[in-house]
Design a protein around this ligand. Sequence first.
Ligand code: NAP
Length: 457
Amino acid sequence: MAYKTVNPYTNEIEHEYPQTTNEEVEKTLAAAYELYLRWRNGDELEARKQIITRLGELLRAKKHEMGALITHDMGKLIGEAEGEVELCASFCDYYVQRADEFLAPTPIYTASGNAYVLHQATGVLMAVEPWNFPFYQIARVFIPNFLAGNPMVLKDASNCPTSAQTFADLVSEAGAPTGSLTNLFVDYDQVGQIIADKRVQGVCLTGSERGGRSVATEAAKSLKKSTMELGGNDAFIVLPDADIDQLTDVIFAARLYNAGQVCTSSKRFIIPDNLYDEFLKRAKEIFSNVKMGDPMDPSTTLAPMNSKKAKEKLQKQVDLAIENGATVVYGNQPVKGLAGQFFMPTILTDIDRDNPIFDQEMFGPVMAVYKYHDVKEAIALANDSSYGLGSTVFGTDIARARQVAAQIDTGMTWINSGWASLPELPFGGVKHSGYGRELAEQGFKSFVNDHLVYEPE
Ligand code: NAP
């Protein structure tokens, strides 16, 4: 299995890594399990809090260096990469502040005696993570679980190995003992073997529906708890009373941030007929004004996609949409003069229910726009998806927007804003977008053992 950094702006191979051997896997699991035995009764929490505080300091101090490394690995804009590093540092602050509270025993009120629930570590976790937020995806599972006392083995995407290794090295630099977080360059079979190992008690994956299905199957075969953070085809419902100027301000970030490669990017814009023409006009203006170029140049606004493979897959999907009746309102032209994996931002309309693209996630800078007349139609369209990750509702009548939000079958809804991720907000989806939650108290407790202690009178 080839783990390498191929810079998507220059197409040059910058780093290559040898595959981890089975002996190294065994050593890793042994070290991680030993740590679990040390931590399982809640010992050393203060020391772990200090390590995470130090990790936050290191992330902030090295923000530019780490950001540049992410940009070289998978192409995102340097400003976005630095923002990602800063967000990870904020996770350090938040979970250090809240760890004692989250791990404190929960009293149970019963008339029959004394009862409480301990929140204890469960064992070693296997984390399988994607390339689109190379630090953030690791941070959001590692930091809470480290504090809870669950050591972690990491298999990161094969196209961003430098970020994954560097994050693990930073954790060591912050003072974490060997086995706390070990990045491995393993193949899919080795991932299956790790999941089956008795010392491993949980599996968390962020990635595609296809990857999630395979890894969840491995977890199920060994009866290991899993959380799955998978793809999305998020709807952005604009209500007829929406403020079009406020809306215009979020279109870029909602669809084109990270070159559109965000699980919670708004992918389907559902627009009322009174605003449809104006919305398309403004979206076209935004899409035609992007500046593609070197992602290390702060004036660039649209980065290359993460890999040649991803760009080719997106092009096939756009072709499929068009063959089945979609109209190109803007884009879908080759990008001239740049060698990197750039995809011209594209706006599609007229995607019917029977178009095979209707129920597919397009993971790149492509916006699908739908027109509706009645709000019920908009809600039905939003819910007509195999996915259920995030959604957005835009409207000036907040009570109405909240009513609409409550009727969307997704794990998250944002009102009058594009997607957002903060340490205190639980993140996750329903339907084929997966199960379980990361971040917030829910995510912190995904892999703790809620251990009941009961003393009847
Ligand atoms: P992917 O192909 O599923 O890869 C994600 C990770 O899973 C990578 O580390 C990959 O390794 C690994 N993997 C895939 N199949 C595997 C298998 N059978 N056994 C073991 N490991 C396996 O996902 P992607 O297409 O690169 O990532 C983009 C997807 O992630 C999108 O669908 C996006 O919406 C989703 N995503 C979801 C969230 C969320 O929180 N819900 C957040 C970000 C992204 P290799 O690289 O070696 O194949």
